[in-house]
Design a protein around this ligand. Structure first.
Ligand code: DX5
Ligand code: ZN
Length: 210
């Protein structure tokens, strides 16, 4: 199981603490990009992100919680991230956006909010590289894990095991700590924010999860 660390909840010395996080025992840096439209919060634009991430080396896992998906794909593909994940609920033509990200030679993630059923994304499972199951309502860090995410993870694993042409990795995001991680055992990547970044010893928290 890999860890994708979100720095959304880091309050002070953000640039310095992102470097500390980047050098800790994580597999990806998770970028929570919000536009204040798809979700009420607004986070960093691409110019700010480029300054914040100067000196980081971990592969990037971009989570777009935005309405104008194409513009943000253009902006954030310039980081050469490993993944760009878009929300099912934000896009009219899903296949067009999947192909648009693929045209930039970046792996495609599709995310669903807690109230969106797995059935909605079944038509796309053979086209994507990652499914991001939200275990909190997108928009902010430090929320409680929504347990229905666990059954979505398990269903996705079963579907992948039964259909050998499915190659997506299963990622879960929100409210993950040393207890709720036990509900995510079938996930390939867990996104962890505040459980790691609220402490002053990131590796200590990460080791509790590993
Ligand atoms: C919420 C973000 C999550 C969040 C995770 O909209 O997508 O990545 O930052 O943070 P924690 O682990 O604090 O729930
Ligand atoms: Zn996220």
């Amino acid at each position: 199981m890999k860890i994708s660390a979100s720095f959304l909840s880091i309050k002070d010395n953000l640039k310095e603490n992102i470097l500390v996080l980047d050098q800790s025992n994580i597999d990806y840096l998770h970028l929570d990009i919000m536009d204040g439209k798809f979700v009420s919060n607004k986070t960093w634009d691409i110019e700010t992100i480029k300054k914040l991430l100067t000196g980081t080396n971990r592969p990037k896992d971009v989570h777009l919680m935005v309405s104008d998906v194409k513009t943000y794909i253009d902006d954030f593909s310039t980081l050469n991230p490993d993944y760009i994940t878009i929300h099912f609920e934000a896009v009219d033509d899903i296949e067009e956006m999947i192909n648009y990200i693929k045209s930039k030679h970046i792996k495609v993630g599709l995310s669903i909010k807690p109230n969106t059923d797995i059935v909605s994304i079944i038509p796309y499972l053979s086209l994507i590289d990652l499914v991001l199951i939200m275990s909190v309502e997108p928009g902010k860090g430090g929320q409680d894990f929504i347990e229905s995410a666990s059954s979505k993870i398990n269903i996705l694993k079963e579907l992948r095991d039964e259909n050998n042409y499915y190659h997506y990795v299963i990622e879960v995001d929100g409210g993950i700590n040393d207890e709720t991680i036990n509900l995510c055992r079938n996930a390939d990547i867990i996104v962890v924010g505040s459980y790691i970044t609220k402490s002053d010893n990131y590796n200590e928290q990460i080791n509790k999860l590993k």
